[in-house]
Design a protein around this ligand. Structure first.
Ligand code: GDP
Ligand code: MN
Ligand code: MN
Length: 254
């Protein structure tokens, strides 16, 4: 009943085209069953997902929405371009992204990138996790899992925490249904969000500013799976998500 978490030291400033798997493997010894937790920031940078607002022409919707948020129209356009649905338009832009991830500003960051530049999440973070994971496995001859994380705020509470936005060989939820509690009663609904828990723990070592610590290794948890895993397992369907339903109903009534 113990696991270890440590940051990989001396990761350089990541640029487009960098081989993240190799950079990690050159700096630490990977063991079977390790969970490699990687900040989405460096995955986005390696995939060349930085952009400048100068290259974006905002449409009428973005111009109108920008009056209610603290961002210029071109930024709002960038958020809308990456979103399936805008759930809350102000005072923050809460959107559902194309893969189902719900977050503020479509996860676009301006911290830890050059001045005047903005950084996207990877387009398909599960695919990025798989790409990096398979490459680590082939470089090291191990079987591992990967979680790509971002820092997100939460509904109802102050404070941001690390969350999983992409996974490889780890199911984001651990199903406790059918297991017994201490009194022998069957658990009926519990699904533990293990990938988010690991992301939160790893974020403690990553930090948010100039720590320069985008990669954390989690060792000692037996969570590797063989079958396909996806962060989509966590996202509620439109029908099931009562909060989303309220927001959308609210929007049509406005
Ligand atoms: P996010 O949570 O994925 O949006 O990433 P953050 O901007 O919060 O950064 C997480 C951690 O990675 C922080 O410790 C940053 O200092 C660090 N970081 C971000 N980019 C780089 C990079 O290119 N190289 C290194 N070594 N660290 C980075
Ligand atoms: Mn981020
Ligand atoms: Mn962060």
């Amino acid at each position: 009943m113990r696991f270890e978490a440590f940051a990989v030291k001396n990761i350089p400033f990541i640029k487009k085209g960098d081989d993240i798997a190799q950079i990690i493997c050159e700096r630490t010894n990977i063991l079977d069953g390790d969970i490699i937790v990687i900040a989405s920031t460096i995955v986005g940078k390696a995939e060349g997902r930085t952009f400048s607002l100068k290259d974006i022409v905002p449409g009428q919707d973005a111009i109108e929405l920008s009056q209610h948020v603290r961002f210029p129209p071109a930024f709002v356009q960038a958020v809308l371009d990456r979103s399936k649905e805008c759930l809350i338009p102000s005072p923050v832009l809460l959107v559902e992204m194309k893969n189902g991830h719900i977050c503020i500003n479509a996860g676009i960051d301006e911290s830890n990138v050059e001045d005047e530049m903005f950084l996207d999440l990877p387009v398909n973070p599960d695919a990025s996790a798989e790409y990096i994971g398979k490459r680590i496995e082939s470089l090291t001859g191990t079987q591992i899992s990967v979680i790509i994380t971002d820092t997100n705020g939460r509904a109802f509470k102050r404070g941001q925490t690390g969350v999983a936005v992409g996974v490889y060989c780890i199911h984001p939820l651990k199903d406790w249904k059918g297991q017994k509690d201490l009194f022998g009663k069957e658990l009926k609904i519990t699904e533990e969000a293990v990938a988010d828990e690991i992301a939160g723990a790893s974020n403690l070592l990553m930090g948010e500013g100039n720590d320069g610590c985008p990669v954390v290794i989690i060792r000692g948890l037996k969570l590797r799976c063989e079958d396909n895993a996806s962060v989509k397992e966590m996202y509620r369907s439109d029908n099931e998500d009562i909060i989303k339903k309220c927001l959308l109903r609210d929007r049509t009534q406005r």
